[in-house]
Design a protein around this ligand. Structure first.
Ligand SMILES: C[S@@+](CC[C@H](N)C(=O)[O-])C[C@H]1O[C@@H](n2cnc3c(N)ncnc32)[C@H](O)[C@@H]1O
Length: 216
């Protein structure tokens, strides 16, 4: 297997030991393979809405037999067995993750989620569904930033608006300041003549960035 990215390594490090892991939207299947190779999961369910993507994972995991790997083309958790005890969903937008979780036929005991955007929608839904958010952080890989949320079913999390927006641990992290620096710089260079709305957004992000920086 080729060397996996820092992003995937980081996501993998947040998985906990389990019997049966589902990698929803697995695409290449790198994390599912690492989970079996390392023994962190005894069995994996690899699933993807795209058969072409799923086939990449099936090939990667071809050394493992049916007792270790169940593969299924599935929209979200629709055809994922409810016996999985940990579900990973990474590399999708927050709205897609919300759609998957809110239409699921079961609520997994443990979730590891890495929404590419709209993380606040994911955090809100987890709280509504009765999950305790265990980790809620940000990390970088090169010049890209990623949010990572883990949650256990059957708990309660109390979040402020700022925590919902950025994640509890992220607010104590220098990485969030760097993320906001990048976001502000991108907004500033994206248009020559900025609209009022854009100026307000830049001002608001700058205020938040400075406040987080002060509290570090
Ligand atoms: C950008 S890739 C991410 C792959 C991998 N999880 C990662 O983090 O590197 C997104 C994958 O999610 C799949 N996908 C998108 N929507 C989905 C859904 N509703 N259910 C299952 N898979 C989905 C896509 O087909 C694609 O393979």
């Amino acid at each position: 297997m080729k060397k996996i990215s820092k992003r995937l390594e980081k996501i993998f490090s947040y998985l906990t030991s389990c019997e049966y892991l589902a990698d929803v939207g697995c695409d290449h299947g790198y994390i599912a393979k690492l989970a079996l190779d390392s023994g962190i999961a005894k069995k994996v369910c690899i699933s993807d809405i795209s058969e072409k993507s799923l086939n990449k994972a099936i090939n990667l995991l071809s050394d493992y037999g049916d007792e270790k790997v169940f593969s299924v083309v599935s929209d979200g958790l629709e055809l994922v067995p409810n016996t999985v005890d940990q579900v990973l969903i990474a590399g999708m937008g927050g709205e897609e993750i919300v759609k998957i979780l809110s239409s699921s036929h079961f609520l997994p005991k443990k979730l590891v989620l890495s929404p590419m955007k709209n993380g606040e929608k994911v955090r809100k839904l987890l709280i509504e569904l009765g999950y305790e958010i265990v980790h809620d952080t940000i990390f970088s890989d090169g010049d890209k930033f990623y949010f990572l949320i883990t949650a256990d079913f059957g708990g309660k999390s109390v979040y402020t608006d700022m925590e919902l927006e950025f994640g509890k641990e992220s607010l104590k992290s220098k990485v969030l300041v760097l993320y906001l620096d990048q976001k502000i710089a991108n907004l500033e260079k994206s248009f020559d003549r900025k609209s009022e709305k854009q100026k307000e957004k830049i001002q608001s992000l700058t205020k938040i960035r400075n406040e987080i920086n002060r509290n570090l």
